[in-house]
Design a protein around this ligand. Structure first.
Ligand code: KIV
Ligand code: ZN
Length: 390
């Protein structure tokens, strides 16, 4: 499916509104979902998984309206491996200029045991359901849920069936976040080499973060040949979440020297959507979260602040402006040094001599020992309450 011209293009499939919303407590209202979908469309997400239409009337309506409104993104809905789910999904995505049905079934021994299907019965079901979906839309994604714990031979067999039945994207979910990066790359590479027809479809990677390896696994899968990453804003998702969109997109941008792939994401829109998803889902972003955490571009220690004031590249590998943050911040705290204090004073309009700075620095440290962060008003108060100029 990928041509020579776009062989390095990685499609971004965002599932914030489906897998992300499945996080306990992350339910969003209809209007909030429409807003997030609009932001995703606007930032260049290739495919938006807008919901699970059979799950509820609300999900059906949200997927239908997103399908009708979206300008650029492909709009996808999720469906289990039965005709009722697939028909409902087709109806929900119908008004999209580019509708996709994503149908799945659990293929690992543990998951096969739930519907109590033999391997042959499940293979037949995959054939029937993918064929049915493909009769309704041209763009069909199929996922063997828990692929990374499915027997190799069976995984190859069912993927071949799905491709022959008309699937255009084969997604390989690491449903329980069990895989390690070296396995993730190897699995995709071997599947592409082994399964007949694999060259005619896009392979996708869908990683969960139970062991904190979702981003690494997704990038490794790309190295192995996957050309679609499934991810969510802020890594929202079931249990420990999914691959974080902002992490994979920025990793591919910043380390393009060793990962020569590109996405269509306008990275300057990342911070705004991260904040909106945090607000509407009620999931606070941890301060040290990569890319979008409050501290991702903040430097408190004296050595770091001094380095940053001399050359930003000393301690920053990407520009905050590239992810939509106004700039680096040098919060003042007990680890800060004289250079940062002088810089802050100058920003506040105070030019001080060396002796005055020495005195202020002593009093600043006393204050910083008591407070977690020293704010502009604290510095102004320090200036007002003493410190003779030299
Ligand atoms: O994690 C998973 O396996 C899923 C599937 C529905 C693709 O979310
Ligand atoms: Zn998932």
């Amino acid at each position: 499916m990928t041509t020579a011209a776009d062989k390095d293009r990685v499609l971004i499939f965002d599932t914030t509104l489906r897998d992300g919303e499945q996080s306990p407590g992350a339910t969003m209202t209809h209007d909030e979902k429409l807003e997030i979908a609009e932001l995703l469309d606007d930032m260049g997400v290739d495919i938006i998984e807008a919901g699970f239409p059979i799950a509820s009337e609300g999900d059906f309506k949200a997927v239908s309206e997103i399908a009708e409104r979206s300008k650029i993104s492909v709009i996808c809905g999720l469906a289990r491996a039965n005709f009722k789910d697939i028909d409902r999904c087709a109806e929900a995505v119908r008004k999209s200029a580019q509708p996709r049905i994503h149908t799945f079934i659990g293929t690992s021994p543990l998951h096969r045991a739930i519907p109590n299907l033999t391997m042959d019965e499940m293979a037949e079901k995959i054939h029937e359901t993918v064929t049915h979906a493909r009769n309704l839309v041209d763009n069909v994604q199929w996922s063997p849920m828990d692929a990374t714990r499915t027997e190799w031979d069976y995984l190859c067999r069912v993927i071949e069936i799905a491709i022959k039945a008309g699937a255009t994207t084969i997604n390989i979910p690491d449903t329980v976040g069990y895989t390690a990066p070296v396995e993730s790359a190897d699995l995709i590479k071997r599947l592409i080499e082994t399964v007949p027809g694999a060259d005619d479809v896009i392979f996708a990677t869908h990683c969960h973060n139970d062991l904190g390896m979702a981003t690494a696994n997704a990038l490794a899968a790309v190295a192995g040949g996957a050309r679609q990453i499934e991810c969510t804003i802020n890594g929202l998702g079931e249990r420990a979440g999914n691959t974080a969109l902002e992490e994979v997109v920025m990793a591919l941008k910043v380390r393009n020297d060793i990962m020569p792939y590109h996405t269509g994401i306008d990275t300057k829109k990342i911070m705004h959507i991260s904040r909106r998803v945090s607000t509407v889902s009620g999931f606070v972003v941890q301060p040290n979260k990569a890319i979008v955490g409050k501290n991702a571009f903040a430097h408190e220690s004296g050595i770091h602040q001094d380095g940053m004031l001399k050359n930003k590249e000393t301690f920053e590998i990407m520009r905050p402006e590239d992810v939509g943050i106004a700039g680096t911040s040098l919060p003042l705290g007990k680890h800060s040094g004289r250079a940062a204090l002088r810089d802050k004073l100058s920003q506040l309009g105070f030019e001080v001599g060396d002796n005055q700075l020495k005195d202020l620095f002593v009093r600043f440290k006393e204050l910083a020992d008591r407070k977690k962060e020293v704010f502009d008003d604290d510095i102004i108060a320090l200036m007002r309450t003493g410190g003779d100029d030299d």
